[in-house]
Design a binder for this molecule. Structure first.
Ligand SMILES: NC(=O)c1ccc[n+]([C@@H]2O[C@H](COP(=O)([O-])OP(=O)(O)OC[C@H]3O[C@@H](n4cnc5c(N)ncnc54)[C@H](OP(=O)(O)O)[C@@H]3O)[C@@H](O)[C@H]2O)c1
Length: 337
């Protein structure tokens, strides 16, 4: 039951039921349980976004049992803004609940000018975690990721930097993102030797992008590393929002670099067919797309983004039905061929 003093927007007392409805899964062979749905702050937490909406999303997420919030140094815009926004919300609303939260951040993509502001050098990663902690006002993050493989920096250098960050207590666990199976095994071997807890891999996984099924899931299972699936709704394509045109306020409507208007149309035939299956299951398409990922035991958490509290609630309702009949799975596979 949520107690909220409407006369004072500063006042927030989390729901006492917050752990009753969310389900949690072990992240690989680690001690950490992750909520089946986690929240990513890539979009909607920048300077141009509505801070009240952002704050309500975080509060509602925590009320729904979402304990894991995912960031990166460059989330915004501008770069760093999402960490600052979360830092403010943590201070105002969640300071006393820090031990109930898993906060992650990353470094790997373009962040600051010059040769030391991206990729995988020790110089970049160690400077970046310090900046991230300052922006969020935290002493440590729970997970620190290397955001993408670096073709030029020796993997040892990158992994040794993650090791140092963990050993210094600036992160509790190490993770990687978008590494292929071979790179993942090599990273695991280096970190195992150093006795650094490497527990999680963040990878793009959705009905539209199943690359992880091509070896990575097996590697993670073998290494005891959890998979957190990012962009599970293909940035909104796997919802029914684009079926009747492109809403102005949507990600594609804003014609963003990562989802342009012209990318929508070619997906519509499949989206409509998937939507029909979802309706027969008593779900909407976003719920079915999330449930479809959660049917995989190897998925530790599904990492969604949302632009409203309503979307968040809609997505969490996916947990009401995460089982699929063989017939449904075959139909889905045929549509996605
Ligand atoms: N490691 C990496 O390299 C990497 C890369 C990308 C993302 N990520 C992480 O993954 C997180 C999620 O990625 P993503 O934002 O691309 O995920 P997504 O869940 O595939 O897409 C989120 C977007 O889908 C739309 N949406 C969500 N729920 C909806 C609903 N119920 N009904 C209708 N539309 C809905 C919203 O778009 P509108 O804005 O149009 O409403 C929302 O912003 C990021 O925040 C980040 O933490 C990591």
């Amino acid at each position: 039951m949520k107690v909220h003093d409407k006369s004072n927007p500063q006042s927030y007392i989390p729901s006492r039921n917050r752990y009753n409805e969310m389900k949690y899964r072990r992240c690989g062979r680690s001690g950490i349980l992750l909520p089946e749905i986690s929240l990513g702050l890539w979009h909607n937490f920048g300077y141009a976004d509505n801070i009240l909406v952002a704050r309500n999303i975080i509060r509602r997420a925590f009320d729904l049992g979402i304990t894991h919030f995912d960031l990166a140094n460059n989330y915004g815009p501008p770069f760093g803004a999402a960490e600052e926004t979360l830092g403010m919300i943590l201070r105002k609303d969640l300071a006393q609940y820090r031990d109930e939260l898993i906060i992650s951040t990353k470094a790997g993509y373009d962040m600051w000018d010059g040769p030391y502001g991206e990729w995988g050098s020790r110089k970049y990663l160690i400077a970046s975690i310090d900046q991230s902690l300052k922006r969020m006002g935290l002493e440590y993050v729970d997970i620190f990721y290397h955001h993408r493989p670096d073709p030029d920096t020796p993997l040892e250098e990158t992994m040794w930097a993650l090791d140092q960050i963990v050993k210094q207590g600036k992160a509790l666990y190490a993770g990687i993102s978008s590494y292929n199976p071979e790179q993942t095994s090599q990273a695991a071997a280096i970190l195992r030797d150093l006795k650094t807890p490497f527990i999680i891999h963040q990878a793009n996984y959705s009905l539209f992008d199943r690359w992880v099924e091509n070896g990575l899931l097996g590697t993670l299972e073998k290494e005891g590393i959890g998979l957190i699936a990012f962009s599970p709704l293909a940035q909104g394509l796997l919802t029914n929002k684009y079926i009747n045109g492109i809403p102005e306020e949507s990600r594609a409507g804003k014609d963003m670099t990562y989802l342009s208007k012209k990318e929508v149309e070619p997906t519509l035939e499949k989206v409509k067919a998937l939507n029909q299956i979802a309706e027969k299951r008593g779900q909407n398409l976003s719920q079915m797309a999330i449930a479809w990922l959660l049917k995989e035991k190897s998925v530790s958490s599904v990492l969604v983004g949302v632009s409203s509290v309503a979307q968040l609630e809609d997505n969490v309702a996916a947990l009401d039905n995460t089982t699929f009949s063989k017939k449904e799975l075959t139909l889905i596979d045929e549509i996605m061929k």
